[in-house]
Design a protein around this ligand. Structure first.
Ligand code: GDG
Length: 462
């Protein structure tokens, strides 16, 4: 980065200061870390620490070319802004899971209060030519708060989750305010054309008095903004390198040995109701019933590190999954085989990529997902001479690009079971053909392309 270009200031709810052997906390952290690695800049946000005092910080940690600037938040902010409006209203509404909405007016006030606090603390770090890139649904009001305080820097927003059509969004109390806040940005980025089209349905409503000038420029009160599609990618070479490196390790070899010649089906997801884990287990049960032969051929390993403990829906799904995996294991287990290995914890990144490489099938079946990086990582981790098969939900953003996966409807157990049966028996030539087409897409639109395109749009207006 040359200084005349101005620094890149990334803002997200959580800042993930890289630590060796510690799993990153999800897709946003993985994407942002990779984006910052080459470019450098500042990453500003919450440290993850909850205090009993007033919110403190920012504290600066410099690693390589990046300053990690973190703040703490207090207990009521955490409950109202984070667990409350962000994760009990915005998360479900963006994933079209309206039954999960739990609204409380105090949470909405907390959400606004914390965004104002983020803006105040961020301002102390800003220089006039910085460009500011805000991430995700927790921080929709940030640009509007910064503008009110007189900040004139260019500010962009990228949404990592799906954007809902107006018919869903209007279920969220406060949605008019959110739409007005979105119009305070210079650039808005979404994962897929469907998300952009959904945003357009909201702009068409008489809420903010904005209109599309063409398919990406929107005229808003007081100016123009660009809304466009920036599908997030991965660092393909890095994933491939980690997968190769891990393959030779004792840990991965032990996993392979324990499979006793069976094919491994792998699922890796934060424990979240949007990831379709319950539906996935039931579809796997359907496979074992419908294709009894498969009972001699496969083992499912589901890795599901818990997240958002303290939000009731997350505690409930955790209990429900323990029950259903136990029931399926009880129904089908033999003295030398357990059908589901359910790991309720994270695995470090390098061995995880090794597990992907050794898995004959990647099973990625969210009921809704902005993109889904696991699908992309699974493909990038494969051995090109003997690649596995990706079974992918039609409702993940990744399905737009990875059209050579076996695309299934996660709500249809038979469809998923049939997809798995096809994957189990797929000949090498077809596996290679599908892999080659998908790896080409991943290489063309990798993490550098994502970051470069967004930063260019933010710097230059398109
Ligand atoms: C949001 C959007 C969008 C998961 N478990 C472990 C682990 N992970 C890593 C994966 C992957 C990342 O976390 C998860 O990313 P996803 O994209 O699959 O899902 P979300 O966390 O929901 O991310 C999503 C993403 O933002 C980016 O825009 O794609 O739609 O919801 O990198 O590998 N990593 C390790 N151990 C685990 O147990 N090391």
């Amino acid at each position: 980065m040359s200084t005349s270009d101005g620094r890149l200031v990334i803002v997200s709810n959580r800042v993930a200061i890289p630590e060796e052997n510690k799993p990153a906390g999800g897709g946003l952290a993985v994407g942002v870390l990779a984006a910052l690695r080459d470019h450098g800049g500042i990453w500003f946000g919450w440290s993850g620490e909850v205090t009993d005092r007033e919110s403190g910080g920012p504290d600066i940690t410099t690693i390589g070319n990046t300053d990690y600037a973190t703040i703490q938040i207090n207990r009521s902010d955490y409950e109202q802004y984070y667990n409350g409006y962000s994760n009990r209203v915005l998360w479900p509404v963006c994933h079209y899971l309206l039954d999960f909405i739990r609204y409380d007016q105090a949470d909405f006030e907390g959400y606004r209060r914390v965004n104002a606090m983020f803006a105040r603390k961020l301002m102390s770090l800003l220089q006039p030519d910085d460009i500011i890139w805000v991430h995700d649904y927790h921080l929709i009001p940030l640009a509007s708060e910064l503008r009110s305080a007189g900040i004139e820097n260019r500010i962009g927003f990228f949404l990592h989750v799906p954007f809902p059509a107006y018919e869903a969004l209007r279920a969220a109390p406060g949605h008019e305010y959110l739409l007005r806040c979105l119009c305070a940005y210079d650039v808005l980025g979404f994962h897929t054309p469907r998300d952009l089209a959904a945003f357009e349905t909201c702009i068409r409503e008489p809420v903010v008095g904005a209109e599309f000038e063409d398919n990406r420029v929107i005229r808003v009160p007081g100016g123009k903004l660009i809304a466009d599609v920036f599908p997030i990618g991965i660092d393909v070479d890095e994933v491939r390198g980690m997968a190769e490196e891990a393959s030779g390790t004792k840990r991965v070899k032990k996993l392979v040995k324990s499979l006793d010649e069976r094919q491994l089906i792998i699922g890796v997801d934060r424990l979240d109701y949007s990831k379709g884990l319950m539906q996935r287990m039931l579809a796997y049960e359907r496979l074992l019933e419908k294709y009894p032969n498969s009972q001699r051929l496969v083992t499912l390993m589901q890795i599901a590190p818990p997240t958002r403990a303290g939000v009731r829906a997350y505690d409930e799904i955790r209990n429900a999954l323990e029950q259903v995996s136990g029931r399926i294991n009880g129904r089908f287990a033999e003295s030398d085989w357990v059908p589901i290995r359910y790991l309720n914890k994270g695995v470090a990144r390098v061995p995880l990529m090794g597990f992907f490489r050794k898995a004959a099938i990647g099973l990625v079946t969210p009921v809704r997902d902005g993109m889904n990086l696991v699908a992309k990582e699974y493909v990038a981790a494969q051995d090109p001479e003997d690649p596995g098969v990706l079974v992918l939900s039609s409702l993940a953003g990744a399905a737009v690009e990875l059209t050579d996966a076996l695309i299934v409807n996660p709500h249809d157990r038979d469809d998923v079971a049939d997809g798995l049966a096809t994957a189990i028996n797929m000949p090498l030539a077809e596996r290679k053909r599908r892999y080659e087409s998908m790896i080409e897409v991943l290489g063309r639109n990798d993490i550098t392309a994502w970051r470069t395109r967004f930063v260019d749009a933010l710097r230059n207006g398109g």
